[in-house]
Design a protein around this ligand. Structure first.
Ligand code: ACO
Length: 430
């Protein structure tokens, strides 16, 4: 804690509040005693000036365009690491040594199957259900299948639940996909690595051999690394809030998936690809730029803008590189959507409206093109995001549950409804 104090004067009475410093990033004013001191709350809808918790996991500098997992820049992890190593890092705070990594990979790999009864659960859904709807239901149902890892007071059960979530999410996501397209489920293959196994479960069919392309598996793995955590975003805050009541981790992650689904959050990659498809050709871009700038038109450029990044999203740069690698590997020389995306980005980045509002491409701008090239339909994009973000949710949930000062999250409000009034019998109401 630094020596800096913040003074708040209300009706001539001053009170002093401590300023707490992090290792990097903005300091915070500790107003936790404000209500007791003054009978007043702070008002910050959308939490633009509120730090909801203390965390050691992920750091974002939105002005610089920096993203660190446990201090390591995302670019270095994406270039040199792999997804399971990032999972270990996020969960335990350090990169694993070789034996630690082998042990962790082994533990995750041994949990990839789901209870056979769960496959019956899928068949209760309509085939045309959005796979995110299926994910919310099936992941929530995990707590009905794995009772032996729902006691959050037991560190061993917390660990088992964390490993189970990371291990089973690809299996569930692939099953949601297979169910949607009417193909048989493909069981996990434990001799494949995490991302290759996921591609296999999604794209293999029992009637012929499917060989995973290592370049595409590496691209999938990098996409998972990029999405693994992003500090206190809407879905992570949802997981923390759900978990603050003592709810089991499977239920909390299901809450996170529900929040992620929205088009302002994880649903933006699907929306961005749909938008690029709707634009269709480079000559129609000005029309859509004009619509995005029109205050009377609800249209927004999907994949542009971010609550925290007021600079190029560092993940978008890596994703753009990955897009080119995937298209080259697949021999796709001309992708009209990529042409539209690159020209749209060029125009937006030089347009006064986008420049003055610091609206840059975010990770979702290029991820749709890459995922589509990998073979996924737009309905699956947010599911893949949920799969990757599960480790971030779990790491944040674990950090919260293990904090001895943790209390239930209970925000207050500025009430602007009717003041107290008496009940009126129906025959007297007008
Ligand atoms: N297109 C056009 N204008 C935009 C866009 C956009 N994509 N994004 C923001 N603006 C404008 C707003 O109209 C607003 O203008 P104003 O100040 O004149 O009213 C200003 O920029 C600020 O926008 P807010 O909505 O207040 O910013 P906020 O931080 O609340 O929203 C958000 C951030 C939701 C990401 C927003 O930029 C957006 O809707 N983008 C498109 C959806 C998207 O790509 N979401 C993915 C986010 S990344 C992720 O979840 C992984």
């Amino acid at each position: 804690m630094g020596d800096t104090k913040a003074n708040l004067t209300i009706d001539g009475t001053s009170r002093e509040y401590s300023v707490l410093d992090g290792t990097i990033g903005p300091s915070v004013v500790d107003i936790s005693s404000l209500y007791k001191d003054t009978g007043m709350f702070t008002f910050d809808p959308g939490f633009t000036s509120t730090a909801s918790c203390e965390s050691k996991i992920t750091y974002i500098d939105g002005d610089e365009g920096t993203l660190l997992y446990r201090g390591y820049p995302i670019e270095q992890l994406a270039d040199h690491g792999d997804f399971l190593e990032s999972c270990y890092l996020l969960l335990y705070g350090e990169l694993p040594t070789r034996p630690q990594k082998e042990d962790f990979v082994n533990r995750v790999t041994k949990h990839t199957m789901i209870h056979e009864q769960m496959s019956r659960f899928f068949t209760g859904f309509r085939r045309d259900a959005h796979p995110m709807a299926v994910m919310v239901g099936v992941v929530g149902a995990l707590s009905a299948f794995y009772h032996d890892s729902t006691d959050i007071a037991d560190p061993h059960q917390r660990m088992v639940a964390s490993i189970r979530m990371i291990a089973k999410m690809p299996t569930i996501a692939a099953m949601a996909y297979k169910y949607h397209i009417g193909q048989p489920f493909v069981y996990p293959k434990n001799d494949l690595d995490y991302s290759a196994n996921f591609l296999h479960m999604c794209f293999a069919v029992p009637c012929e051999e499917y060989k995973v392309n290592p370049v595409l598996a590496r691209a999938m793995d990098r996409i998972f690394i990029l999405h693994a955590d992003h500090e206190q975003n809407a879905s992570t805050s949802t997981v923390r809030l759900a978990g603050s009541s003592g709810a089991n981790p499977f239920a909390c992650i299901a809450a996170g998936i529900a929040c992620l689904w929205g088009p302002a959050h994880g649903g933006a990659n699907e929306a961005a690809l749909n938008m690029l498809t709707e634009i269709g050709s480079v000559d129609r871009i000005p029309e859509f730029i004009a619509r995005a700038k029109d205050k009377n038109d609800p249209f927004r450029l999907m994949g542009f803008g971010h609550r925290v990044y007021k600079n190029y999203d560092p993940r978008a740069r890596i994703m753009q590189k990955t897009t080119h690698e995937v298209l080259a590997e697949l021999g796709i020389k001309d992708d009209p959507l990529l042409d539209v995306a690159m020209e749209l980005e060029r125009i937006a980045l030089s347009d006064e409206y986008f420049v003055s509002k610091k609206l840059y491409p975010n990770i979702d701008f290029y991820s749709g093109i890459t995922l589509r090239a990998l073979g996924f339909p737009p309905h699956m994009f947010t599911v893949l995001f949920a799969l990757a973000r599960t480790v971030g949710w779990i790491a944040q949930w674990k950090e919260m549950v293990e904090d001895p000062g943790q209390r239930i999250g209970r925000p207050r409000q500025l009430y602007t409804g009717a003041p107290k009034r008496d009940y009126v019998p129906v025959e007297q109401r007008r």
